[in-house]
Design a protein around this ligand. Structure first.
Ligand SMILES: Nc1ncnc2c1ncn2[C@@H]1O[C@H](COP(=O)(O)OP(=O)(O)OP(=O)(O)O)[C@@H](O)[C@H]1O
Length: 234
């Protein structure tokens, strides 16, 4: 695994985004140093998902800029943003979003295949990641044959396997019981920390946020509070 020394990994500068007459983000500024884990919280509708999508280059802000390292992501054409997402970003969603017809190993390998790896090398590296995340015996199983916690560990392996600069996790524990959710957050935060990967987690749960080292609270489309956390769950 590689360690990064350059900063900042990710920055939003004056990011605003509206959907029709709804102002989802109204001038958000965030600077995230490389390797930091940040939880984004806030009431429903406060703009968390919109911010995550703008930071990840899925949505383009109406005004303001998003920078990934020294690249102004928000100014790139669609195809360049897609490529940047594929090569430099990883995603973990609430329900895993693994492909049901592929094995765990194939699901993880896909991220490497899409970036040009050979099938053999991709499957080998995928197997190593599954082993690292305690799933060495589950590589041939399909997502439907695994528990929710196991499937999220596969999703974490898939998000990390191509050594992305940033991993975005949108309610990664939302479909899990509390104990499994904690286990998944522990794995996600320690794996990201070991790889030097920046982590952005959207959550409704303060205990989940407690695994991160910083908490950004949104309210009414703006940053309401921004404070360090200990990086240990409460
Ligand atoms: N594609 C869209 N079309 C129209 N309105 C949207 C769209 N996406 C988000 N919104 C609106 O923008 C505001 C912010 O939504 P967003 O999903 O970012 O909030 P959130 O904090 O993630 O909410 P939740 O916690 O409920 O997921 C809300 O009023 C929402 O209804």
């Amino acid at each position: 695994m590689r360690t990064r020394t350059t900063t900042p990994a990710l920055a939003a500068r004056g990011v605003s985004k509206s959907f029709g007459r709804v102002r989802a983000l109204a001038g958000v500024d965030i600077d995230i140093p490389a390797g930091q884990s940040v939880a984004i919280m806030g009431p429903s509708g406060s703009g968390k998902s919109t911010l995550l999508h703008c930071l990840a280059g899925i949505l383009v802000p109406d005004s303001g800029e998003v920078h990934l390292g020294d690249v102004a992501v928000s100014g790139l054409p669609d195809a360049r943003r897609s490529r940047l997402r594929r090569e430099q970003l990883g995603f973990v969603f609430q329900d895993g979003q693994l492909l049901p017809e592929l094995s765990a190993r194939e699901n993880v390998a896909l991220a490497l295949l899409l970036n040009g790896s050979s099938r053999g090398a991709a499957l080998r590296t995928a197997g190593e990641w599954l082993e690292r995340l305690g799933l060495s015996g589950a590589g041939d199983r399909r997502p439907g044959e695994m528990s929710g916690g196991q499937a999220q560990r596969v999703a974490i392996a898939r998000a990390m396997v191509h050594s992305p600069a940033v991993v975005f996790a949108d309610e990664p524990t939302g479909a899990l019981d509390q104990a499994t959710g904690h286990e998944v957050m522990q794995i996600l935060t320690t794996t990201a920390a070991m790889a030097g990967t920046t982590l952005v987690v959207v959550t409704h749960d303060l205990q989940v946020a407690g695994w991160c080292s910083r908490l950004v609270e949104l309210r009414d489309a703006m940053v309401h509070a921004d404070r360090p956390l200990t990086g240990e769950p409460r």
